[in-house]
Design a protein around this ligand. Structure first.
Ligand SMILES: *[C@@H]1O[C@H](CO)[C@@H](O)[C@H](O)[C@H]1NC(C)=O
Ligand SMILES: *[C@@H]1O[C@H](CO)[C@@H](O)[C@H](O)[C@H]1NC(C)=O
Length: 970
């Protein structure tokens, strides 16, 4: 979090809160972006435009394993400059296109992918190459579904097609430009010699030379060697290194992705006719204080993955670049999309994701950058945070109040004020005299604490963390590459660890050890393994730096400039903290580390939240859209501050926001130091009871959420899924981002984000029955898509169960989620129009890595009509699909009697509810014995058969959730 100084805030009258856009650059304020935009403008005005880049056919080489192709590329503008192209096809059909300057006067940053990628991808052994006079082509895939990648030589264009249809085109518009390294031209001696003399201006002595490259590069050297913005001057010793590339999707009308921006899921246009925004989307991780709820401005994190979608297919690109990047989006005509990416530095390293379905895309993208780490189960329950719980007694009393009000909560958080002078790890002993006792009081009911550790280190030698970092020489350096960089943050004069330096890694891990193992080194002995971590301000945020961050010419490990790798910075810090928390115990336990700044791959290290939002309806609504965008971009464990960080939400807004939070993967309430306390127990009735019920609803549904997280951790499917993911052929759903599905459970939710609403319109995309979760009211969709109106009073979130789903829940209220570990289950079977249903349940110990060795339970529930009977059954899914049980491992040794399964064998199904049976059954039997059941007939009305579903309730039907069983309803 970041704020004006408290002084200013105390004086502030409640004026409209808003970002200071002047703190951040627009495209026209960044020289490289101006150059990139100008290139596109010139191309747009020149009907004869042709890319100067071409492949030299004589240099073509296909690797011996036939997976890769390399060639020399040259630019007709600079015949002496050499570029190298490398195109390879991975085993899963992903195509990697790389281009860099070869033997130049400098070296471009080429390490982004090595940080973002989980591992070096395997190449395919099954590619057929065809070399022609004008192009080379790689073909792969089954006969009926052929993908080919064609590289034309002059100009250089890369096209990925499926069955002859163009899906992704690189440089189709000729905007590829990799500014090569050049020598700075010294000022003309003639000019210098006649200092101040008017003669220097005479055209005779400085002749106007026509620049033959100006049609492409422009007349002027705009900001090549230095750039001043506000009070900051960015020295550019390497000169211009801009990288421009156009990426088109000629047959796709929607593009998604490139989080994080406060905007819709289907990205509005930024250029072309009738553009929606007049600024490109920007990726430059920034601490944007009080950000706009509808903008292309850069926010705290960047994931440069973009998907393009149509009824026919879904494709994508992952552009592995970590420098400042602006992206224009346009639809040249309906059903086609064009994007232009302008980056300050770095090599061209683009991965083409061939799809063709959303599920394939997520698998391909997370195959590259890793899936969401399976979180500790407690961390998907409810988190209570505030800047700040001011003392250990404050924490204790907040806990007491939750318990007195019977409100479940798993985690209490401490923001920066726990730390003496904002020296993280060092408790402020005046207010936190007994930190270990405090944590133990919280963990006595199996709750946890999360404590903030920011990356700025107070520059005082009495602070052991700073001292040790300095001794190790792992602090970030200014542009001379020698002197320690000093900036201003919460801790006053501060320094930053350079996590690109591997020498910092083991040391950082050591800081989190809760036992002193090395005598002279800092270890956090005033902590316990029930303390997990929050990494904030890791863009990094620096109050007195350009755009509230680090100067671009600062030097990192390896001699790289900050500009090259800025967007990776937050991820590296998050990674090291995550490794550190994991390493505290042996065997390791799953860490929980929340980050504000992130990049492609950050999902491997924990959770994120959308930063410092405002307590407004607009922020509540856009937060959900941002979480959907993050979910499809691999970062499933995401959420927004419930209630809004700034402001004092009225009770109605707070209640609606709890509904949003309860249906968000990461569910945390948080508030700024200057807001009124707003813990849910402080609400008046009826609001307090409504929020209690919302919290209990989230806890009841934890098995559904955990099952969705498990799936995400294995195959990259989003935990919350927008319509286009679930119904990829339903065009009416492609832009829908205000209602979504929870994992594969069949739950469809549309949280209310409008003041005074009493009902909501829910879009049903198919001819199927949907059941109101609370009332059993049925709604029938239509094959053409249909809107239905559902009641949405304040105490009710519009929540439907898609016919054909089986939901496992745990309905007994507890104080914290680990206390539910042995609680019985309720299974709700919502029959589809054909009388069938299906559902899943994944369980493990929720905190260790024992599941990787097969200590897990993964069940499949089915309902099917056979003759006149309906059979409801449970079967072992882990045994049937061992390869899908754990990310990256085929569980060949999976044993259904594993240690964890044995532990939960006594957990029973206490209730089975079947919705939508056509008539009262004559018997309900398990293994031939009649069960204890009740039937409430439904109420059908009208031809659509909408009404209230019939309900069969079976009490205590089966003794074990882990057993195979079959119930026959006849
Ligand atoms: C994460 O940290 C490990 C070492 O602890 C290192 O090997 C790996 O490269 C790091 N990855 C990222 C993205 O920082
Ligand atoms: C459903 O409602 C939305 C928003 O009011 C509208 O744009 C859409 O066309 C409607 N869809 C159908 C199938 O009626």
């Amino acid at each position: 979090m970041r704020a004006l100084s408290s002084l200013l805030l105390l004086a502030a009258i409640p004026l409209a809160l808003a970002v200071k856009p002047e703190d951040f650059k627009t495209c026209s304020q960044a020289a490289f972006c101006r150059r990139g935009k100008a290139l596109a403008d010139r191309a747009g005005q020149n009907p004869d435009w042709k890319s100067p880049y071409s492949v030299d056919p004589s240099s073509l080489a296909i690797s011996s394993d036939k997976a890769a192709f390399t060639a020399a590329v040259k630019s007709s503008l600079y015949p002496d400059i050499k570029f190298g192209l490398d195109v390879r096809v991975h085993h899963d059909g992903v195509v990697r296109v790389r281009m860099d300057e070869v033997d130049g006067k400098g070296k471009r940053y080429d390490e982004t992918a090595s940080w973002a990628l989980l591992s070096e991808p395997q190449v395919s052994k099954d590619i057929q190459w065809t070399v022609g006079k004008k192009e080379v082509k790689a073909t792969y895939g089954p006969k009926t579904d052929k993908v080919d990648v064609e590289i034309t030589f002059d100009p250089l264009v890369v096209t990925l097609s499926r069955n002859g249809r163009s899906e992704v085109v690189l440089n189709g518009l000729g905007l590829l430009h990799m500014e090569h390294f050049r020598t700075k031209e010294e000022p003309k001696p003639a000019v210098e010699a006649v200092e101040g003399g008017e003669d220097a201006q005479t055209p005779m002595e400085v002749p106007e030379v026509h620049n033959p490259r100006s049609w492409f590069e422009g007349e002027e050297e705009d900001g090549y060697w230095e750039e001043t913005w506000k009070s900051w001057t960015d020295s550019k010793p390497k000169g211009p290194q801009m990288l421009s590339i156009d990426i088109s999707f000629p047959n796709h009308g929607h593009v998604y992705g490139i989080p994080q921006h406060a905007t819709r899921l289907s990205l509005p246009t930024t250029s072309g006719q009738d553009f929606f925004y007049n600024e490109p989307y920007r990726l430059w991780n920034s601490d944007v204080f009080e950000y706009h709820a509808d903008s292309t401005m850069s926010l705290y994190g960047s994931i440069p993955v973009m998907y393009a979608h149509s009824k026919e297919s879904t494709v994508g690109v992952f552009n592995a670049i970590a420098s400042d990047t602006f992206i224009d989006v346009a639809h040249p005509e309906p059903g086609s999309s064009y994007t232009h990416w302008i980056s300050e530095s770095g090599i061209l390293d683009v991965f083409l994701l061939p799809g063709p379905k959303p599920a394939d895309i997520f698998k391909q993208y997370t195959g590259l950058t890793g899936t969401q780490a399976l979180p500790p189960q407690w961390s998907i329950a409810y988190h209570q945070c505030r800047w700040n719980y001011v003392s250990s007694d404050d924490v204790r009393s907040v806990q007491t109040r939750f318990d007195e009000e019977d409100m479940p909560v798993d985690v209490f958080w401490l923001d920066i004020e726990y730390a003496e002078e904002h020296k993280y790890f060092i408790w402020d002993k005046k207010n936190f005299p007994d930190p270990v006792d405090m944590v133990n009081d919280v963990s006595a009911v199996e709750r946890k604490m999360v404590v903030i550790v920011d990356p700025h280190l107070k520059r005082v030698h009495s602070y052991p963390v700073y001292k040790e970092a300095q001794d190790l020489d792992v602090l970030a350096k200014v542009k001379d590459g020698q002197s320690e960089y000093e900036g201003w943050c919460w801790s006053g004069s501060s320094a930053w660890v350079d996590f690109f330096n591997p020498a910092s890694w083991e040391w950082w891990k050591g800081l989190f050890k809760t036992v002193q193992s090395e005598p002279d080194k800092f270890a956090w002995i005033e902590s316990t393994t029930d303390v997990h971590i929050w990494n904030d301000m890791n863009e990094p945020a620096i109050f007195n730096g350009p755009e509230i961050s680090m100067p671009r010419d600062n030097i990192h490990y390896g001699g790289w400039e900050h500009r090259d790798l800025h967007n990776l910075n937050g991820m590296l810090f998050h990674n090291q903290t995550s490794q550190a928390v994991r390493a505290r115990t042996d065997p390791p336990m799953r860490p929980f580390v929340l980050t504000r700044s992130f990049f492609a791959g950050s999902q491997r290290f924990g959770a994120m939240w959308t930063g410092d939002n405002l307590g407004t309806w607009e922020h509540m609504a856009v937060g959900m859209k941002m979480v959907l965008s993050l979910n499809i971009a691999g970062f499933a464990f995401s959420g927004s501050d419930v209630g809004g960080f700034f402001g004092n939400p009225e009770p109605e807004m707070l209640v609606r926001w709890y509904h949003v939070g309860a249906f968000t993967p990461f569910f945390r309430a948080h508030a700024h130091i200057d807001t009124k306390r707003r813990e849910p127990y402080l609400l008046d009735e009826p609001y307090k009871s409504i929020v209690r019920d919302i919290l209990r609803l989230r806890y009841a549904m934890l098995p559904i959420w955990y099952t969705a997280f498990h799936e995400s951790s294995v195959n990259g499917m989003p935990v919350v899924r927008p319509h286009f993911v679930v119904f990829p052929e339903d065009e009416a759903g492609f832009a829908i981002d205000d209602q979504f599905f929870v994992g594969g459970s069949g739950l469809l939710v549309k949280p209310v984000t409008e003041k005074g609403a009493t009902e909501a319109q829910v879009y049903l995309p198919e001819d199927q029955v949907y059941y109101d979760y609370f009332s059993g009211q049925t709604y029938r969709g239509s094959a053409k898509g249909k809107n239905v109106t559902v009641p949405a009073p304040l105490d009710k979130v519009p929540l439907l169960i898609r016919g054909g789903s089986i939901l496992p829940t745990r309905e007994r209220p507890r104080r914290s989620s680990p206390l539910m570990r042995r609680d019985p289950f309720t299974l709700t079977v919502a029959l589809d129009k054909a009388g069938g249903a299906r559902g899943e349940l994944y369980l493990d110990d929720g905190e260790s890595y024992a599941h990787e060795g097969g200590a897990l339970v993964w069940r499949e529930f089915t309902a099917a009509r056979r003759g006149k009977a309906t059979h409801v059954a449970s079967a072992d899914l882990a045994a049937a699909k061992p390869e899908a049980a754990v990310d990256g491992a085929a569980l060949a040794l999976y044993d259904k009697d594993n240690a964890f399964a044995a532990e939960v064998r006594a957990v029973r199904v206490e209730k089975l509810v079947v919705l939508g049976l056509e008539k009262k059954p004559g018997s309900v039997k398990l293994a031939g014995s009649e069960l204890d059941w009740e039937f409430v007939p439904g109420v059908a009305s009208g031809a659509s058969k909408e009404g209230v579903a019939s309900q069969l309730v079976v009490k205590n039907p089966v003794a074990s959730i882990t057993g195979d069983w079959e119930i026959v309803i006849q």
